[in-house]
Design a binder for this molecule. Structure first.
Ligand SMILES: *Cc1c(COP(=O)(O)O)cnc(C)c1O
Length: 366
C-alpha cells in the first residue's frame, strides 16, 4: 500500500457545531423546536456526521435537506423527521410513504399529488406546506392559492406538520422586508384556517426576536460557524480549519510575472511559495483578485497572480519566519474566519463552505 500524505486538510469541529446548535436552542422562545438544516451535505461539511452528532448529543429530531436523496442518506436516524425542501423534485410521492422523510409541498400541483398519493395508500400522509411571503422562489401564492386551499378537504388527506415560509433579508436586522414577510405569514396562516404548527426563521431569523420563532426554527449557516448577525460580532463558534502545504519555493527577479495571464508582476526580487490548493478545492479565483491572504505562523502573506485549478502562489518575501517545502499554510481558521475569507472573495460564507470540494483530507473533531 502506498501511504499518501495529505496536501490539503479540512478540519471540521463537530463539538463546535453542537455548541452552536445549543446556543441557538437556548435563545428560542419556550416550546420552539430547533431543527437543523443539513442540505447540500451540511453545507459541504458532511451531513451524516453532523446529523448524528446533533441527534446523539443535542436531542435534535428535525432535519431539513433540499432533496429526497439527501434525506435518504440520513433516514437511518430513527425517531426523527427529515423534511425535504424541494418536495417531489426528482422522485415520486410514493417514495416518501412509509419513511420518516416528509415532503415540503411548494405548489398546488404538489398538494394535488400528495392528496392523490394519500388516497392511493388509504391513509393521511404527513407534509409541510410552504407559503411564499416574498422570496418568489418556492411556495404557494397567498392571493391565488390560499382561498382555494381554505375551502378544500386538504386536512382530510394531509397531516400538516408545519406551515412554513422563508425570509429573504433576515441578516439585515432593520430591513422592512422582515416585518412585511412576518405580517404576510401571519395573515396567510389565518386565512388558511388550518390549525398547524408554524416554521419561519432560518439562522438570521432566529436573531430577529421571538416574534419570528413560532413553533420551529430552521438554522443552517449559523450551525456551521457563519455569522447570522452581519452587523454584530459573531456569537457562533468557528467550525472549520483549512490548510494546505507548500509544494515549492522559488526566488524570482524583479519584473518577473506570476501565473496565468501573467497578471501579476513582482516589483523587487521576491521569494514565492506555491501552495497545494486551487479553485478545484473551492479557493475561488476572485479571492486572489481581491486582496486575499494566507497565513504562515500567524503572519499574513498575500496571494500573487491568479488562482490555478490545483495551486496558487503566495509572496513570502517579507515574512521573517523560515519556511520549507511541506510546511502548512493556514487558509481558514483562527486568523481568517469563513466570513472574512468570503468578503475577500466577494461572496458569502455559504458559498465558501459549499465550494470546498472533495479533495481535502477531512478530519473530524468530536
Ligand atoms: C437553506 C434554508 C434554510 C437555512 O438557512 P440558513 O440561512 O443557512 O440558516 C432554512 N429554510 C429554508 C427554506 C432554506 O432554504
Amino acid at each position: 500500500m502506498i501511504k499518501l500524505s495529505p496536501q490539503a486538510l479540512l478540519e471540521v469541529d463537530l463539538n463546535n457545531i453542537a455548541d452552536n446548535y445549543r446556543f441557538i436552542k437556548n435563545r428560542l422562545k419556550a416550546g420552539t423546536v430547533c431543527a437543523a438544516v443539513v442540505k447540500a451535505d451540511s453545507y459541504g461539511l458532511g451531513s451524516v456526521k453532523v446529523a448524528k452528532k446533533l441527534y446523539d448529543e443535542c436531542g435534535c429530531r428535525n432535519f431539513y435537506t433540499a432533496y429526497f436523496s439527501e434525506a435518504q442518506k440520513l433516514d437511518a436516524i430513527e425517531e426523527s423527521e427529515i423534511f425535504v425542501l424541494h418536495g417531489f423534485a426528482g422522485v415520486s410521492p410514493d417514495d416518501f410513504v412509509g419513511t420518516n422523510i416528509v415532503p415540503v409541498l411548494n405548489s398546488m400541483e404538489d398538494i394535488e399529488l400528495w392528496k392523490e398519493c394519500s388516497k392511493r395508500h388509504g391513509k393521511k400522509l404527513p407534509a409541510s406546506i410552504h407559503i411564499d411571503t416574498g422570496m418568489n422562489r418556492l411556495g404557494i401564492d397567498i392571493e391565488k392559492d390560499i382561498p382555494i386551499i381554505a375551502n378544500s378537504d386538504l386536512e382530510k388527506f394531509v397531516d400538516i406538520k408545519y406551515l412554513m415560509s422563508h425570509l429573504a433579508c433576515a441578516e439585515e436586522k432593520n430591513n422592512p422586508k422582515n416585518p412585511e414577510q412576518l405580517e404576510k405569514f401571519n395573515y396567510a396562516v389565518k386565512a388558511l384556517g388550518i390549525k398547524s404548527r408554524l416554521s419561519f426563521a432560518n439562522s438570521s431569523g432566529v436573531f430577529l426576536g421571538e416574534g419570528y420563532h413560532f413553533d420551529q426554527v430552521r438554522p443552517g449557516a449559523a450551525l456551521y460557524g457563519i455569522n447570522p448577525e452581519t452587523d454584530e460580532q459573531n456569537k457562533m463558534k468557528p467550525v472549520i480549519s483549512l490548510k494546505a502545504k507548500i509544494l515549492q519555493l522559488r526566488d524570482v527577479k524583479n519584473g518577473e510575472t506570476v501565473g496565468y495571464g501573467a497578471s501579476y508582476r513582482v516589483s523587487k526580487s521576491s521569494k514565492l511559495a506555491t501552495i497545494a490548493v486551487g479553485y478545484a478545492d473551492g479557493l475561488l479565483r476572485s479571492f486572489a483578485v481581491n486582496d486575499g491572504y494566507f497565513y504562515i505562523n500567524k503572519k499574513k502573506t498575500p496571494l500573487v497572480g491568479r488562482v490555478s485549478m490545483d495551486a496558487v502562489v503566495i509572496d513570502i518575501t517579507d515574512i521573517e519566519v523560515e519556511v520549507k517545502v511541506g510546511d502548512w499554510v493556514d487558509i481558514i481558521g483562527e486568523h481568517q474566519t469563513v466570513d472574512n475569507f468570503a468578503v475577500s472573495a466577494g461572496t458569502i460564507g455559504y458559498e465558501v463552505l459549499t465550494a470546498l470540494g472533495s479533495r481535502y483530507k477531512r478530519v473530524y473533531k468530536g
